[in-house]
Design a protein around this ligand. Structure first.
Ligand code: ATP
Length: 661
């Protein structure tokens, strides 16, 4: 049932996205040259003087190439005229110009391309970008598709570097007569491209959704409906593609007319040059036998002008600017959590207790949307709302009537406020508890009751909406995040392993350890049991685990994750459903090692287990029972059984349904 619900929700959400598609046009962000420059100044400290110098160097190389072409034509001309002196002269100038051009180009390639751009700028920008992305809260990564993020970083950086390289060209381009025409086509095309790609992504997702949910579709008999849905999207997509083709054709016509004007301009320039020179080469160049040479020269001059006063289409293609825009938006994101001031000199050395005091929490997305919507509305209608609330509080039921509220929006708002009070519930509701140092405690409760969320708040992946999380009576917000993470060993529900060997996976994130420590954690976590089996694991700790541990069993992965958490000698160990994905036998093995760990743990380690399987928790010093985001019971196994309430029901339920999660 849960799956069917999720599927219907997915489809529903997508339909909504699809319907609001048209409104998303304003999302296309094409930053201007100045905006890009300001962004670079703020984040990457670019040396623009060098960029201008490099640009002049590149222009100079192109110009000298033209000069050498001119002398090449002169050589051909003097040969036909049998004018030896002029011939030598032209050859001298030709070689001199060529040599100078080669020199400029070599300097450009080695100094600019290899050193400044590839070794300097590219590395610097990439590093800063990755640093920015990693500084963001986990919430940001949950809200954004990872593939989209990778594309934004990879392509955004690539195009930004190209853009910086041609930055001076952009400035010259601003003097261009054709700028507004170019911009018109650029903007139109970018809108169509965006719509097109949105619909395409939507369609791809829909197909993969259909295939993976084929059983549900067959059960509901909704094949025809799905096909109709897809046809609608296809129709819209075709419409946009046609508009794109039409626009492309108009753009071609525009571009040809522009080219013609540039040619005319080139010829005019050539005419002026040759008119002012002593021997009027124009006549000779116009001569029928020279027509090809003449055309070649015009081509050369034309491309020179085009290169220097036209838009660099390879780099400045609308899609590329869009990617730079996305990269700029990424830099506007700020981590909510690390923004807060911590006591920088605070030295966290866990030595007394962990506590939650009246913690309320809901995941940011839903929270943000509601808060933003309500805030906006509240600001616009503050006086009416406060009067209504006052009247309501003073017992005057029909407050809306008294105030003569005819505005439907206000009514809806007030109703939605009441609704949301009833409907929207925090993920964690007014949670308070205390765990003493050295205790072994467990959190139990039905799926979705908020157990893992507690671990996430302890790790400071999120901050509570209200109330406080305290370590040693110090608010977590005052403790430097790095110190918290160093003190907590966390084995999460969704295990992720690096695509490397077992050793690297165990030692990840731990800078200081010795062989003795390594062996000890392998023994405690149960890694030794399989990894030192010469027949099955001849390469021992150097065995590669495959992409996300694909070459290992669930139990082996769990044990590696536990070893990893233990190696840094954490003062607090959190095992979040460490045995949930295992079969009975593997679960037994991992459980055996957890028990061993608990028994052998020195008094300095505090262990928090988040579990479904109640067999894990019977020996805990304290069990916390969660229900719908609330902490409903706490005590030892015996105490809770005696209470004959929620915990006891959970135990009986699990005994009678041993396979249910
Ligand atoms: N990143 C998230 N964004 C939004 N909602 C979330 C997120 N993670 C969890 N939730 C929601 O918060 C609620 C509590 O989830 P949590 O993972 O804490 O429950 P749990 O008790 O650990 O459940 P389970 O035992 O199934 O893992 C659930 O309704 C879940 O859908």
């Amino acid at each position: 049932m849960k799956k069917i619900g999720q599927f219907i929700k997915k489809i529903f959400i997508k339909q909504q996205n699809y319907q609001t598609d048209d409104k998303e046009e304003s999302d296309v962000y094409l930053p201007s040259t100045t905006e890009i420059k300001n962004f670079c100044n703020k984040n990457f400290q670019i040396n623009w003087l060098s960029i201008y110098f490099f640009d002049i160097l590149s222009m100079l190389s192109n110009y000298i190439e033209n000069v050498s072409t001119y002398y090449l034509i002169q050589i051909k001309h003097t040969i036909t005229q049998n004018n030896i002196d002029e011939q030598w002269n032209s050859m001298f100038y030709f070689f001199a110009a060529k040599l100078f051009e080669i020199m400029c180009r070599t300097i450009y390639r080695y100094v600019v391309q290899n050193n400044y751009i590839d070794k300097g700028l590219r590395r610097h920008i990439k590093q800063k970008t990755v640093q920015q992305a990693l500084s963001l809260d986990i919430h940001f990564f949950e809200e954004n598709k990872s593939t989209e993020l990778v594309k934004t970083i990879d392509q955004g950086v690539l195009f930004l570097i190209s853009y910086i390289q041609v930055y001076s060209e952009q400035i010259r381009y601003n003097l261009n007569l054709f700028k507004s025409g170019d911009l018109y086509f650029q903007n139109r095309m970018s809108l169509l491209l965006k719509k097109n790609s949105q619909l395409q992504t939507f369609q791809e997702f829909q197909i993969s959704d259909l295939i993976s949910n084929i059983v549900t579709i067959k059960q509901f008999g909704t094949e025809q409906k799905e096909i109709q849905n897809m046809a609608k999207i296809q129709e819209k997509n075709t419409h946009i593609t046609t508009s794109r083709t039409n626009l492309h054709q108009s753009q071609q016509i525009y571009s040809h007319s522009k080219d013609m004007m540039l040619y005319l301009f080139t010829i005019l320039q050539l005419y002026i040059i040759t008119k002012s020179s002593k021997n009027s080469n124009l006549e000779i160049l116009f001569a029928f036998s020279q027509i090809q040479v003449f055309y070649g020269y015009i081509q050369e001059l034309y491309s020179f002008i085009k290169r220097n006063f036209e838009k660099n289409d390879n780099v400045i293609f609308t899609e590329n600017i869009m990617q730079i825009g996305k990269l700029m938006k990424l830099f506007e994101q700020k981590s909510q959590i690390s923004q807060q001031t911590t006591k920088l000199d605070y030295q966290f050395n866990f030595n007394s207790s962990i506590s939650f005091k009246n913690v309320n929490f809901s995941y940011p997305k839903a929270n943000d949307k509601l808060a933003k919507m309500n805030q906006q509305f509240y600001e616009q209608n503050v006086s009416t709302i406060s009067q209504t609330i006052n009247l309501h509080n003073s017992g005057q039921e029909n407050s809306a009537k008294i105030l003569n509220i005819t505005n439907n929006e206000t009514k809806n708002f007030l109703e939605s406020q009441q609704d949301s009070n009833n409907r929207i519930q925090n993920t964690l509701e007014n949670i308070s508890f205390e765990i003493q140092k050295g205790q072994y405690v467990s959190f139990v409760g039905k799926s979705g009751s908020g157990k893992s969320t507690i671990a996430k708040l302890l790790l400071r992946l999120y901050d509570p909406n209200s109330g406080s999380v305290l370590f040693d009576n110090e608010n977590v917000e005052n403790i430097p995040i790095k110190q918290i993470k160093q003190s907590i060993g966390y084995v999460s529900q969704d295990l992720t392993l690096l695509d490397s060997d077992i050793l690297q996976n165990i030692t990840y994130g731990c800078d200081e350890y010795n062989q003795e420590d390594l062996l000890q954690v392998c023994n405690y976590s149960g890694v030794s049991e399989f990894v030192f089996d010469q027949k099955r694991f001849p390469e021992g700790l150097k065995t590669l685990v495959g992409a996300n541990g694909s070459k290992l069993s669930g139990g082996q992965k769990q044990r590696i994750a536990i070893a990893r958490a233990l190696l840094k000698k954490p003062s607090i160990l959190i095992l979040d459903e460490a045995t949930s994905s295992l079969d009975a036998e593997s679960e037994y093995t991992v459980q055996k090692y957890i028990n061993q760990l608990v028994q052998s743990k020195n008094q300095s380690m505090t262990i928090i287990v988040i579990a479904h399987r109640l067999s894990t928790v019977v020996n805990s010093d304290k069990i916390f029972v969660m229900e719908k985001g609330q902490l409903v019971e706490e005590g030892t196994h015996e105490e809770l059984i005696q209470k004959q309430n929620v915990y006891q029901k959970l135990v009986f339920h699990q005994i009678s349904n041993p396979f249910e999660q």
